[in-house]
Ligand binder design. Sequence first.
Ligand SMILES: Nc1ncnc2c1ncn2[C@@H]1O[C@H](COP(=O)(O)OP(=O)(O)OP(=O)(O)O)[C@@H](O)[C@H]1O
Ligand SMILES: CC(C)(CO)[C@@H](O)C(=O)NCCC(=O)O
Length: 413
Amino acid sequence: MDLGNLGIQPNSDPNGSKDHVSHMALDIGGTLIKLVYFSRNCECSVEDKEDKPSNDSLLVSNDHKKFQLLKGSFHFAKFETSKINDCLEFIQCNQLHFSGCKHHGDPTNDKCIIKATGGGAHKYGDLFKEKLGICLDKEDEMDCLVAGANFLLKAVHEEAFTYINGQKEFLQIDHDDLYPYLLVNIGSGVSMIKVDGDSKFERVSGTNVGGGTFWGLGRLLTKCKTFDELLELSHQGNNRVIDMLVGDIYGGMDYAKIGLSSMTIASSFGKAISDNKELEDYKPEDISRSLLRMISNNIGQISYLNALRFGLKRIFFGGFFIRGHAYTMDTISVAVNFWSKGEAKALFLRHEGFLGALGAFVSYEKHGFDDLMVRQLVHQSPVSAQDGGYKIHGSQNGELKDNESIECSVYVS
Ligand SMILES: Nc1ncnc2c1ncn2[C@@H]1O[C@H](COP(=O)(O)OP(=O)(O)OP(=O)(O)O)[C@@H](O)[C@H]1O
Ligand SMILES: CC(C)(CO)[C@@H](O)C(=O)NCCC(=O)O
């Protein structure tokens, strides 16, 4: 179980966290379960506001109720789907299962409803009911990915960034100029979605060569025990030991006529054909690096081709495969830049792995649950004395650590 810096302790008081945690949502994927929830800091942070705060409101409601400002945090956690019991235990220890909504119009049914997306929302519904007494309210996975991406791009300061030559550069998002874009979610498999607006999208492509392929093949070929170990190995590796380069075929020369340098990979893993070596003769770090490069490059190329199909210039990459990993982001960026001749941009998201879970979270609002607390995530930063200091912020260097929380303010009615 990967709890890391959650900012909360398992609660021994059975009623304690009930007052503080509102709305948990889950994304149960093929490899990982992602969980998000909001917790209030304390009662004293509630302030009255007459109006909804900004034109940039994300979850605009049509009524004109008085809104209150609550300060708190969004918490993020992840678990391996194969160890779903860890997730159930975590929810139970922290009393998160009391944070959902009650059934509409059925006073006899006091089961909590928790929003959930991903294939596991279908597969594990009975398990959650049996173990925690909660009903998973299924939200479509693609709907949630898009809602989560739009939510992050509009609500979180410095969410999206480019990664070029080892340099991270944050993108200022103009809310009026966000669409259209291509969203590429690299989970176990890969979905490519053309996004045209809030809830306006089409899944235009996908590939089965994704994060699951990297981790699955990598585990078999290197005997690594964890994904992070495999990723770490790739740092020290040299892909040229295994990959066949253009130079290997062209006697060290470029194939300039068609724009290929001698260093370009002509064939991933191609050297293994002629080296007369066995698997044991290759270093695990070289295998890991070749594999990471092969898969990232391939996804970058397919993404570019889909962006080209629809004339899209911005490609946002999400999903837990990326993990903010320099070599992965660099390979994807180079692929997009190379194939598009600099026309299209690869953009990465700080909360890359939590798009679906956040999308499920914001869907509480969409379905108008009466007792929903969170009405609107306050548009954050730049924070100034005049605007009352409403903000969302993550860690200072812009990197999301495992299971971090984002401090934020929300409006509730
Ligand atoms: N700790 C980890 N354990 C396993 N895989 C990890 C881990 N961290 C990152 N990954 C990578 O992330 C991928 C899963 O990403 P993600 O959680 O976004 O997808 P998913 O929801 O499980 O899959 P899908 O959407 O296809 O059902 C894995 O296949 C692996 O490449
Ligand atoms: C099946 C899903 C949507 C499950 O998250 C994902 O793993 C995926 O997009 N796989 C790629 C399937 C394909 O389009 O070939």
